[in-house]
Design a protein around this ligand. Structure first.
Ligand code: ATP
Ligand code: MG
Length: 138
């Protein structure tokens, strides 16, 4: 069964949306096989988003991602990488489909409530960034 990494970003945690996001995953038949709350340091956030380090929004993204606690989860299910991306909606909430998490809750292109891995390789890297094998309970 496929796995992916999901993050509830600092805006989602601060706005008490943890339960709402989890409810959407469970309702969709996705299983949560690992979960923790943590507050990223600048170095940890930079390591996670290293692929974006040349982008103009990188510094702002780092400020945002370290601004408060996040919730990290490993999701499991059939085609869960694509399924989760569909539930999240487009990066820019104005372009996100109706009924998606970002369409319903994002307030800004940056403050878009959730992160989800976008491919099998990034999922493997991102899961191992937050969890060791003992912390994942299938
Ligand atoms: P994520 O990787 O967080 O799941 P994504 O894959 O939909 O989101 P990316 O292109 O990987 O989008 O961008 C990573 C994050 O950087 C976005 O979710 C958003 O928080 C921020 N971001 C992306 N594009 C912009 C932008 N043009 N201006 C400001 N922030 C942006
Ligand atoms: Mg991305």
């Amino acid at each position: 069964m496929e796995r992916t990494l999901s993050l509830i970003k600092p805006d989602g945690v601060a706005r008490n949306l943890i339960g709402e996001v989890i409810k959407r995953f469970e309702t969709a038949g996705i299983k949560i096989v690992a979960m923790k709350k943590l507050h990223l340091s600048r170095k940890q956030a930079e390591g996670f988003y290293a692929v974006h380090k040349e982008r103009p929004f990188f510094n702002s993204l780092m400020e945002f991602m370290t601004s408060g606690p996040i919730v990290a989860m490993v999701l499991e299910g059939e085609d869960v990488i694509a399924h989760n991306r569909k539930l999240m909606g487009a990066t820019n909430f104005k372009e996100a489909e109706e009924g998606t998490i970002r369409r319903d809750y994002a307030t800004d292109i940056e403050k878009n409530v959730v992160h989800g891995s976008d491919a099998p390789e990034t999922a493997a890297f991102e899961i191992s960034y937050f969890f060791n094998s003992m912390e994942i309970v299938g």
